[in-house]
Design a protein around this ligand. Sequence first.
Ligand SMILES: NC(=O)c1ccc[n+]([C@@H]2O[C@H](COP(=O)([O-])OP(=O)(O)OC[C@H]3O[C@@H](n4cnc5c(N)ncnc54)[C@H](O)[C@@H]3O)[C@@H](O)[C@H]2O)c1
Length: 254
Amino acid sequence: MTESFLDFTGKVVLVTGGASGIGRAVALGFARQGATVVIGDIDERSNDTVRLIEKEGGTGLFVPTDVTLARDVDSLVSTTVDTYGDLHIAFNNAGVFVPPAPLAEQSEEDWDKAIAVDLKGVFLSLKYEIAHMVRAGGGSIINTASIAGLIGDPDMAPYVAAKHGVIGLTRAAAVDYAKAGIRVNALAPGLTRTAMTQPWLDDPVKRDIVMAGPQMGRAADPEEIVGMVLYLASPAASFTTGGVFVVDGGQTAH
Ligand SMILES: NC(=O)c1ccc[n+]([C@@H]2O[C@H](COP(=O)([O-])OP(=O)(O)OC[C@H]3O[C@@H](n4cnc5c(N)ncnc54)[C@H](O)[C@@H]3O)[C@@H](O)[C@H]2O)c1
C-alpha cells in the first residue's frame, strides 16, 4: 500500500450527523483528503460545516435530512448522486442520547427516540446507500455504533440496545453485500468531547463517573476518531468488512 491510500480525490462521501461533533470532524477530514462531502442532518449548523470545508478549498453540500424518515434518506442519497454523479463512501453517524436512568425508569418515548434515530436511522441509510452502491458496483460504509454497542453501559438501556443493533445491522449488511463489493464496518468510539457529552463533562459528579472509563483519563477530541473512519473507507482496508473498530482510550480493554 502506498502512502497515498488516504487520498480521496474524486470520491463522493455522505456523512449523516455532520453538523457537529464526530460527524463534522470526519466530514472535514474527508474534505481535506480531496473528497466531495454531502451532509445529511436536521441541524442547520451543517451549513457551518460546509463553510469550513469551502474555506479550506473543498466542496460540500448540506441536504436537510431527518434520518428517521425514509423519504428524507431516499432524497439525501438521490440528491447526492444527481448532484455529484456517484456515492462511493457513507458515514452513518447521526445519533442521539436520551436522559440516563435505570431501565425500569426509562420512558417509552425515550426508547422510541433512541431506536428511531440510532437504529432505524442507520437501517434506512444503509438501505438507500446500498441500493445505489449495488448499481454502481461497490462502496464502503462505516456506521457509528459506540462502545455501548459492546458492553452494557449503566443507565443507558435504550441507547445500549440501539447501538448493539447497529453492530448487528453492520454485520448483516456486510454479509449480504460482500460479493457485491460493498464493505460495511462499525466504529465504536468511547467517550468523546461533543455536544452529546458536554453536559456530562461539565457536571462535576457525572464527570467523575464518565472519566472513570477511558484508561487514558480523558475524553477523546472528535479529531481523534477521524483516522479510523478514513482508514476503513480507504483501499488499505480492502479485505475488512463486518468488523467493529474500537477507539476508546482503552476503556473496554479493562
Ligand atoms: N460523543 C461520544 O462520547 C460518543 C461515543 C460513542 C458514540 N457516539 C456516537 O457518535 C455519533 C455522533 O455523536 P456526537 O458525539 O458527535 O454528538 P453530536 O450531538 O455532536 O452529533 C450528533 C449529530 O446527529 C444529528 N442528528 C440527531 N438526530 C438526527 C436525525 N433525526 N436526523 C439527522 N441527524 C440527526 C445532530 O443534529 C448532530 O449533528 C452518534 O451516533 C453517537 O451516538 C458518541
